[in-house]
Design a protein around this ligand. Structure first.
Ligand code: NI
Length: 137
């Protein structure tokens, strides 16, 4: 069966602060710069959710994108959108909410609810110029 990758792009905005409480203040300032500012800052995140699998001969779909949209909204956006990631989101209680770690958490949560025969990769845009990609491992 031919395989194809399909992508849904979703948006959320959220605040965060990059800070490692296990390290001294000076290390945090040096490592994270303005992203370590105490009172948080926000981003308009774009998340590209790509699933890849065989094209179903009956529907012509890899996955109905309307179904994927609802799954992403229920699993991720409901938790992340308009939240302070450090303060409001339990996923980041012991995890610094860098773009890398946000992508990792989103992948784990989505993986758990996606059909197992589909592969999943994420591209998380933190700014129009910076993105990270994660596909497991
Ligand atoms: Ni930031």
């Amino acid at each position: 069966m031919p395989r194809c990758a399909v992508t849904r792009r979703v948006h959320f905005n959220a605040a965060h602060r990059l800070h490692n409480p296990a390290r001294p203040a000076e290390w945090n300032r040096t490592t994270f710069g303005v992203c370590n500012n105490a009172n948080y800052h926000g981003h308009n995140y774009e998340l590209d959710v790509t699933v890849e699998g065989e094209i179903d001969p009956d529907s012509g779909y890899v996955m109905d994108l309307a179904v994927l949209k609802t799954l992403v909204e229920d699993t991720l956006l409901r938790q992340l959108d308009h939240q302070n990631l450090n303060v409001d989101v339990a996923w980041f209680r012991d995890l610094i909410p860098t773009a890398e770690n946000i992508a990792l958490v989103c992948w784990r949560e989505l993986r758990a609810v996606l059909p197992p025969d589909l592969t999943l990769r994420l591209r998380l845009w933190e700014t129009p110029r910076n993105y990270v990609e994660y596909q497991g491992q």
